[in-house]
Structures are given as structure tokens and as C-alpha cells.
Design a protein around this ligand. Structure first.
Ligand code: GRF
Length: 185
């Protein structure tokens, strides 16, 4: 049984999609949520499922190294880390120490539209095809080798809200599917 941590800072809909996926339960256990936002909705989602949480505030630490040291101690024996809306870069020291795969999901067809508000960025550019990407994490924002992507075709006059909803639905399908392929190996 693989042991994994999920790092998330937001509503946690991807966290939920991964944790509740029945296919994954045979292969992995989500042992820890790491969250850098004290009021993030994802924290309750973890607590309801009896998943341990480590919630921290970066401003209470001298630097990234200080809080990453604590996180590393907690995750060092885990097999995978999945980022799902975690809003911080992982340092190269962390990557070099942990050494095992860290994945991220980003709501754009990378390398386009890195960073915040990726769906809005693509929508404002009148992209006809908007997608999501799963990639290995490196020290760059939304960088790292691409593992998989999927996309939707934007309908004529489709609202941003509708596109956003469909992109999130796509994320909730794609991330657990790719994780399943990985943890099964
Ligand atoms: C998702 O769109 C994910 O792709 C991005 O951050 C968002 C997190 O949403 N990295 P949620 O907290 O999983 O609902």
C-alpha cells in the first residue's frame, strides 16, 4: 500500500476527488494534508475523513527552508506527493531530499497560461480549446515534465463560469485516473 500526502491550499475539490476515489483505495492511503492557509475549506474535508493535517502559515517562519524541514520530516517515508491547488513553489532542496515523485495539476494546457487564474487567462485569449495538465513538479512554477493532459472545446458564447465548471470536472476525472496508473505500478 502506497502512502501519500496531498498539498492543497484551497477548496479541495481535487483533494476530495482523489481521497474519495474507490479505485485508489486498494493501492494507496492518503496519510496527510499539508495546507498553508489556515481557513482553507480543504482542511475540513481532511478532518471529516480523519486524515491528519499540517496547517502552517509561511509568515511564522524565517524562510521556506524552515517550514519545508518540518514537512519533509512528516513525508519522508511516503511514496508520493500530490499537489492540488497548493500555492507555493517546492524548493530544489526539498525535491532533492524527498526524491520520490511529486505531481501537480494545473488548469491549462501547459506550457501555456502558467500561474494564477489560468482558466481566465485562456478564456480571455478566446482559446477554443481549454484544458488541464498533470506534470511532475520541479522548482519552477507549473514547470516539470508533462504526464498527461485533457481538454474541452469551448462552446460558442459559453460563459466563463460554465467553462470553469467543466474544467474542474475534467480535473476531477483526470487526476485520480493518472494517480491510479502511477500507484498501481
Ligand atoms: C485547481 O484548478 C487546480 O488545477 C489548481 O488549483 C485549483 C484547486 O482547486 N492547481 P481545488 O482546491 O482542488 O478545488
Amino acid at each position: 500500500m502506497k502512502q501519500v500526502a496531498i498539498f492543497a491550499s484551497g477548496t479541495g475539490s481535487n483533494f476530495e476527488a482523489i481521497v474519495d476515489d474507490v479505485r485508489l483505495k486498494d493501492y494507496m492511503e492518503v496519510k496527510l494534508l499539508v495546507c498553508d492557509q489556515a481557513h482553507a475549506l480543504v482542511i475540513d474535508k481532511a478532518k471529516k475523513r480523519n486524515i491528519e493535517t499540517f496547517v502552517f502559515s509561511a509568515q511564522n517562519f524565517k524562510n521556506k527552508n524552515e517550514y519545508e524541514k518540518i514537512i519533509l520530516e512528516k513525508v519522508k517515508d511516503f511514496d508520493f506527493i500530490f499537489l492540488a491547488g497548493y500555492m507555493r513553489l517546492i524548493s530544489s532542496e526539498f525535491l532533492n531530499t524527498f526524491k520520490k515523485p511529486i505531481l501537480n495539476i494545473h488548469p491549462s494546457l501547459l506550457p501555456k497560461y502558467k500561474g494564477k487564474d489560468a482558466i481566465l487567462q485562456a478564456y480571455n485569449q478566446n482559446e477554443q480549446i481549454i484544458g488541464v495538465t498533470i506534470h511532475y513538479v520541479n522548482e519552477e512554477m507549473d514547470g516539470g515534465e508533462i504526464i498527461a493532459s485533457d481538454s474541452i472545446k469551448v462552446e460558442e458564447n459559453e460563459s466563463l463560469a460554465s467553462v470553469t465548471k467543466r474544467i474542474h470536472q475534467l480535473e476531477h476525472q483526470l487526476y485520480p485516473k493518472i494517480i491510479l496508473e502511477l500507484v498501481r505500478k
